[in-house]
Ligand binder design. Sequence first.
Ligand code: TXA
Ligand code: MG
Length: 315
Amino acid sequence: MGGVETEILPADAPGVARAAALLRAGASVAFPTETVYGLGARADDAAAVAGIFEAKGRPAFNPLIVHVATFGAADGLARFPEAAKRLAAAFWPGPLTLVVPMRAEAGIAAAVTAGQPTIALRVPENALVQALLREVGLPVAAPSANPSGRVSPTTAAHVMAGLSGRISAVLDGGPCAVGLESTIVGFAGGPTLLRPGGLPAEAIEACLGQPLAVQEGGAVSAPGQLASHYAPRAALRLNAGAAGEGEVFLGFGPGAFDENLSPTGDLSEAAARLFSTLRALDARGAGRIAVATIPDHGLGRAINDRLRRAAAPRD
Ligand code: TXA
Ligand code: MG
């Protein structure tokens, strides 16, 4: 379904300038963040935002995260409850998204928030996206740069594999350091974990001095919360003690595995390698993957969340 030739832009000043010019002109441009690659469009332009939904095949009820370079820029778009201010001060720039009440005068296209009164905001840390956001000088809406429902991209090559011919450009900043999408926290009825992610919930709870409420399915209009999401082609079986007939054994920590997310049992390394490993197993034609148990704390909680969604039955 191509239409445009997707430009691959280098991680230098001319590359950033070209990406910024395309974004300002209303095009869809993919760029690295420390979590995963995002597919950006200027958030104040309904036609530009529609281009993202079209390129991804994303359902319209699924709102987008708006990326800005500084807390000051975020503060111009939304009202931050005290707890949100505290988290922004502690963890921005970084892998944390805050869902807060949008200001009436924010000027954000309605599709970005799916018509809700709240907006998801993030100040990313990656140096290239910081340079890009400063040069664009506008809020940039960006979901992960993958076709809807598929595994998020952690390299420019992953972006091209899914979206080449459907987007104007990708800014190639190499592999993403964190490798999992941002942690999302909302504040309706107290600080609530909407999606575990690249910032461990324990760090957020320590900062707030209180436990996070956890959003249980149902009301969430967060597609990251759709049961089947982040799906590779292969079928997954979780918490496997051993590989069965015809299964590839994906491990964590020491042991005899076909592939290993982290032989030393390092959750940061496992997070950074998760999506590229699932893609590599798909590429080599693994039909079924048995996944060893991964500890359910720190980044392990987000890894297990993504694995559960990848293992969920699909339509
Ligand atoms: O790390 C990340 O968060 C990456 C990079 C590119 O920043 N972005 C990302 O976007 O993962 P996406 O679209 O794949 O996931 C965004 C999630 C979705 O589950 C969406 O429903 C939720 O954020 N979301 C966005 N706006 C929201 C809102 N106003 N209220 C509740 N959830 C919202
Ligand atoms: Mg996504």
